[in-house]
Design a binder for this molecule. Structure first.
Ligand SMILES: [Zn+2]
Length: 380
């Protein structure tokens, strides 16, 4: 890799390197043996000094097979559902009946949330990893394929809004991805809504748990605006979900009206802070372990990375019933229902995502648990 995949400049820093990370985090692994033998690959997280884009320079798309027991459902959490509904309302702020194209629709949860308003005339979602897990509203159609120029030509003429949530971070070449979407929205003058993690939050919080293989492309607000501007779209970017994600509203504009400053944004001090945070939690988990088993709450991306990098995690608690009784890839830490974890005598629980702290506190109080609850971003 000799240039930034977003701005094409060759001016970047290495943020971190890891040699053996699971190629997928959100997977269902039934046995400990399978977990230990899970396919691994390398991370070389790199930050562009010119536009602020952050990517895995060692990413190999062929290492990932999303058909492999992939399960990224967070639909069991009320906090997440409330966030999804709030984002749906931002799209529903558009007037009239909506005909929506969603690029990377997953299982179609967001399109269902739009349909629940009664204002969705129709929707077409594209996702090669779509499995058909949930029933979808009858006016929703899902195509199991990538969205590209050929797919755009086959779309019905009345699409009036385009959405792409939590997809671009999985795309190693964001320029052609946005080029295809931008060509479509420019031709028709349509609004585009995007949602993706905000790498500025990850770097500011030394969130080492948020760097993993699936997310090969991480944007700051500025690098997102930069990329969209390259393809003639002007974007407004807003932090959502406690700052962990960005919500982007973009629309076609004249080049003279877009005006993205192209000066450096810097990602320099990130690596030192991340090393420090890792050291803090290594010591902390060893200390907590002397009082009894230590659990983490969250068996998805953050939890998989945390248990891989920090020794001494007894188990992970997750509300996703399809993961309970399974194991996290590589570390082979078991994933359990809350009651099964507490039955192991867990004395400390570390919450992986600060957004869920109140929900988790209430669940534990209801079960009469009297151990110590810690939250990842409250410390270090
Ligand atoms: Zn760049």
């Amino acid at each position: 890799m000799t240039e930034c995949p977003v701005c094409l400049h060759a001016d970047f820093d290495e943020i971190l390197k890891r040699d053996r990370v699971p190629v997928l985090q959100n997977v269902i692994v039934a046995t400990e043996e399978e977990a230990r033998a899970f396919p691994v690959a390398r991370l070389r997280i790199t930050g562009c000094r010119h536009c602020g884009f952050v990517w895995n320079a060692d990413f190999d798309p062929d290492a990932i097979d999303y058909n492999l027991q992939y399960n990224n459902s967070v639909q069991a959490s009320q906090v997440y559902l409330a966030h999804q509904k709030a984002m749906a309302e931002r799209v529903l702020a558009l007037p009239g009946k909506l005909s929506c194209l969603e690029v990377g629709c997953g299982e179609g949860e967001f399109l269902n949330a739009l349909a629940a308003s009664g204002r969705l005339a129709k929707a077409i979602g594209f996702d090669p990893a779509h499995k058909g897990v949930y029933p979808l509203a009858e006016n929703i159609e899902v195509v199991r394929a990538y969205f590209d120029d050929a797919a755009a030509k086959a779309l019905p003429g009345d699409i009036n809004v385009v959405v792409s949530r939590h997809t671009i971070e999985h795309i190693p070449q964001p320029r052609p991805f946005i080029a295809a979407i931008a060509a479509y929205v420019k031709e028709r003058g349509l609004p585009l809504f995007l949602e993706t993690p905000d790498v500025s939050w990850i770097l500011e919080n030394n969130a080492f748990e948020d760097f993993f293989y699936e997310h090969c492309s991480l944007f700051s607000p500025r690098s997102m605006q930069y990329l969209l501007a390259e393809f003639g779209l002007k974007a407004k970017v807003e932090p959502v979900y406690g700052g962990q994600y960005m919500w982007v509203e973009a629309a076609p504009a004249d080049a003279s009206d877009i005006g993205i400053a192209a000066s450096g944004e810097g990602v320099g001090k990130a690596s030192a802070g991340i090393v420090e945070a890792l050291g803090y939690w290594t010591t902390k988990v060893a200390e907590l372990g002397r009082k009894g088993p230590v659990a983490i709450w969250g068996g998805a991306s953050k939890g998989v990375t945390f248990s891989l990098l920090i020794d001494g995690v007894d188990c992970a608690i997750d509300l996703n019933a399809s993961k309970q009784g399974c194991f996290m890839p590589v570390s082979a830490v078991p994933i359990l229902a809350p009651k099964d974890a507490l039955a192991r005598g867990v004395r400390s629980i570390i919450v992986m995502n600060p957004n869920y702290r109140n929900e988790i506190r209430a669940d534990l109080d209801a079960m009469g648990w009297d151990g110590e609850l810690l939250v990842l971003q409250d410390e270090a």
